[in-house]
Ligand binder design. Structure first.
Ligand SMILES: Nc1nc2c(ncn2[C@@H]2O[C@H](COP(=O)(O)OP(=O)(O)OP(=O)(O)O)[C@@H](O)[C@H]2O)c(=O)[nH]1
Ligand SMILES: [Mg+2]
Length: 173
């Protein structure tokens, strides 16, 4: 979930098809499925690509109710999109009534070096220390740090390219 144009679809496309679409096509809502084998057991992961543009409160609430884990995406060149992430997190906590709902915050478009307006350190402190959620920065365009499996939400955090101590697991210190 996240504001319009932050790269939600691009991250999913990179993750599922290892490709990148330079054109912005606004998503209404799209469900993707991927099969995995984890410890010899087949699991199907459903990934809901939500809309940042047509995000009506009722639709958003339904997406939250139906979701088990959330990737909240902002763009490092737009501080407003980080504010949207903060509001979404509040809404998720309210709807789920569960502070252990898995949430990973993703700062996308790190390739836009000269346009960066959000400091990784500031977001890292807020997300990891205050929220106890996981944070990473990525570039769907350059295929940098895009999670490669759903298990990524349980792996040690990598923020802004700096690995955390091996014992630090996202959301569970
Ligand atoms: N430079 C750069 N551009 C990106 C990156 N990821 C996405 N974009 C571009 O940003 C625009 C929006 O990307 P989308 O993935 O469609 O954004 P979205 O969040 O799905 O947007 P909505 O579906 O409207 O909510 C497109 O033009 C993408 O090519 C990235 O990592 N770097
Ligand atoms: Mg989209």
């Amino acid at each position: 979930m996240g504001a319009a144009g932050v790269g939600k679809t691009a991250l999913i496309k990179r993750f599922l098809q290892d490709s990148f679409e330079p054109k912005h096509r606004r998503t209404v809502e799209e469900l993707h499925s991927k099969e995995y084998e984890v410890a010899g057991v087949k699991v199907t992961v459903n990934i809901m690509d939500t809309s940042g543009s047509y995000s009506f409160p009722a639709m958003r609430k339904l997406s939250i109710q139906n979701g088990d884990a959330f990737a909240l995406v902002y763009s490092v060149d737009d501080p407003e999109t980080l504010e949207a992430v903060k509001r979404l997190r509040e809404e998720i906590l309210e709807v789920k009534e569960d502070k252990f709902t898995p949430i990973v915050v993703v700062g996308n478009k790190t390739d836009r070096l000269h346009e960066r307006r959000v400091s990784a350190d500031d977001v890292l402190a807020k997300v990891e220390m205050d929220w106890n959620n996981c944070f990473l920065e990525a570039s769907a365009k350059e295929n940098e740090n895009v999670p490669t499996s759903p298990a990524a939400s349980a792996r040690p955090c990598v923020a802004a390219g700096r690995p955390f101590p091996k014992t630090r697991v996202c959301g569970r210190p």
